[in-house]
Design a protein. Structure first.
Length: 128
């Protein structure tokens, strides 16, 4: 197993954990007093699912599965980088940083999926 693939899986896990965990916590906050106890397990499950998809599909022959793995990995890396840089480096609030991180992560994921799709479906050029 290559180190890059493990890194993408770890980034996908952390990004899914943060995004889904925060969303689940906020969604049930008005109904459940300790909503964090709902958000953490939901985030852990989402992160584990994302990491498992990256690990399972990164070297798959199917271009759709490989594109999905590339998109999840790129989403994880981009959203975490934006989140950390904006909160720690720029001092922006966590909520705004999370939203911007998700938007940038989605854009990076789409670009990675398109790039992976094009690479896997490209036909070798015919020689002379």
């Amino acid at each position: 197993m290559r180190l890059r693939r493990l890194g993408y899986a770890a980034a996908a896990f952390l990004a899914a954990f943060v995004v889904v965990g925060a969303a689940a916590t906020e969604l049930v906050a008005s109904r459940i007093e300790f909503s964090l106890f709902v958000g953490l397990p939901v985030g852990l499950l989402a992160g584990a699912f994302a990491a498992a998809l990256v690990l399972a599909f990164a070297d798959d022959r199917d271009p759709v599965r490989r594109a999905l793995a590339a998109a999840l990995g790129a989403f994880g890396v981009a959203s975490l980088v934006v989140l950390v840089v904006s909160v720690v480096g720029l001092g922006v609030g966590v909520a705004l940083s999370l939203v911007v991180g998700v938007v940038v992560g989605v854009a990076a994921g789409l670009l990675a999926a398109v790039r992976s799709w094009r690479r896997s479906t490209a036909r070798p050029s015919a020689g002379p």
